[in-house]
Ligand binder design. Structure first.
Ligand code: NAD
Length: 453
């Protein structure tokens, strides 16, 4: 079988490559000429572990190709996936559907025979019906009424940084359509997973579209919940990591997404939670919990910068702050809505001088941050710093030499927003150590330390 993938970003490229791995012929389309040129040479425009080798393998096998010509992607393809962006519409927080609807229109213009149009993008409830309408209208306009088609919602749940594995071994596949023919095609496409007994949730398009937003909003809520518990722990002397373990072992709760930190960011949770609140308002079914989550998370990111200022004695004017980690999470270069983008400008406004290092996201970060001293490694950033702030928990930050940091820094002060160091170790190394949901460690504060070590 042959399919087309419209939009070759994180989701389109990973999905297209993995479908090729399933034995399907895949043509990936994008409007970005530079991206397509690079992909034709098997150069991957994003950082995603394991993806480059898989792209090379599938291109050599002749199953995966890249194009800017929509005819190549659509004609002779049984299914065409739409995997373009659905960013936040700035004026009102709704998902901006311009790219999805434009893609649907463009596909309809070149369709010549039966085609299944599948939305992989995260889209508001009602989008499948709207796509159906757009395509019908376009076919009628072009006098191609006899060209048959179906629509299907097939939301994607992959996580950047683990995307290939997530696609190949998903917890479930959601197929939202009312057409038997479409279900049959989708089952064939996902056949290797079907054989592995991956659950397939076959449902209506509206339900499929809701599942994706509900899943992301639930996970964002879980993160926000533990972040507020962390605030309480800081006041009471409890340890949020142990609280998270204690509740996470309850099978009804589960241990995942219970890591307190600087607030969720990234290309999905912020925009999808916001979009869900807008969908709720549109249908007069207010999403009060999610609205609160959106607000609490925004406040949290602001409060993280204040935490750094407090650690520096209430003032960062003229101080050098070393920042380790810029991407919204490790193993990706994605800077979209990364907490660092809130924290760093806030510190700069207060007069701080920022020296930053990230193992892979610096090229992307340079596009969205200014007046930064970009460093080659963690120690260069830490040199003469008044405080060192860990925003993203890249593995290489987990085992820094504390003695080397102590030698090079002006003040031994660390704000660890990911709790990757042990308070006892930091006390031994003589650091002022501020983490999340655990008592602050001051070199002289032995009372607090006894509670945490
Ligand atoms: P992205 O910005 O990385 O990629 C989108 C690509 O689509 C871009 O390369 C753009 O040039 C291209 N494009 C836009 N309009 C086009 C058109 N008409 N024809 C051809 N190409 C076109 O976006 P992404 O992160 O891959 O996200 C895509 C969708 O998947 C979004 O709705 C997102 O919410 C959803 N999603 C993302 C993730 C993730 O982790 N990134 C996970 C699950 C779902």
């Amino acid at each position: 079988m042959r399919i087309g993938m419209v939009g070759t970003g994180y989701v389109g490229l990973v999905s297209g490559t993995c479908f090729a791995e399933f034995g399907i012929e895949v043509v990936c389309l994008d409007k970005d000429a530079d991206k397509i040129e690079r992909l034709k040479k098997c150069e991957i425009p994003i950082y995603e572990p394991g993806l480059e080798a898989l792209v090379e393998k599938q291109v050599s096998a002749g199953r995966l190709s890249f194009t800017m010509d929509i005819n190549e992607a659509v004609q002779n393809s049984k299914a065409v996936f739409i995997a373009v962006g659905t960013p936040t519409r700035q004026e009102d927080g709704h998902a901006d559907m311009t790219y999805v609807y434009e893609a649907a229109r463009e596909v309809a213009q070149v369709m010549t025979g039966y085609t299944l149009i599948v939305t992989k993008s995260t889209v508001p409830v009602g989008t499948a019906r709207q796509i159906e309408k757009i395509i019908s209208e376009e076919l009628a306009r072009l006098d191609k009424k006899d060209v048959e088609f179906d629509v299907c919602s097939n939301p994607e749940f992959l996580r950047e940084g683990a995307a290939v594995n997530d696609f190949i071994r998903p917890d479930r596949v959601v197929i939202g359509t009312e057409s038997e023919r479409a279900v049959e095609i989708m089952r064939n496409l996902y056949r290797p997973l079907y054989i592995n007994e991956t659950p397939m949730v076959v449902t209506s398009p509206e339900t499929a579209e809701t599942i994706k937003y509900a899943a992301n909003a639930f996970l964002a809520t879980k993160i926000t919940f533990i972040n507020e518990i962390a605030n309480l722990c800081e006041k009471t002397g409890a340890n949020v990591q142990e609280v998270a373990k204690g509740i996470g072992l309850d099978g009804r709760i589960g241990s995942k997404f219970l890591h307190a930190g600087p607030g969720y960011g990234g290309s999905c949770f912020p925009k999808d939670t916001l979009a869900l609140t807008q969908i709720g308002q549109k249908y007069n079914a207010q999403q009060n919990i999610v609205e609160t989550v959106v607000w609490v998370n925004a406040e949290r990111q602001r409060s993280m910068a204040q935490r750094v200022i407090d650690a520096c004695g209430g003032d960062v004017e003229g101080k050098r702050i070393a920042i380790l980690g810029l991407s919204f999470k490790p193993n990706t270069d994605d800077m979209r809505d990364a907490p660092s983008l809130q924290i760093i400008p806030f510190l700069q406004d207060e007069g701080a001088k920022i020296a930053a290092f990230d193992p892979v996201a610096m090229a992307e970060a340079k596009k969205c941050l200014e007046d930064i001293e970009w460093c080659e490694d963690s120690y260069e950033a830490a040199k003469d710093a008044d405080a060192l702030v860990i925003i993203t928990e890249w593995n290489e930050f987990r085992a820094l030499s504390l003695s080397r940091l102590a030698e090079t820094m002006k003040t031994k002060c660390m704000v660890d927003m990911r709790n990757i160091y042990k308070p006892g170790d930091m006390r031994e190394a003589g650091f002022h150590y501020v983490s999340i949901g655990r008592p602050e460690v001051r070199p002289e504060n032995t009372q607090a330390l006894k509670k945490v070590s």
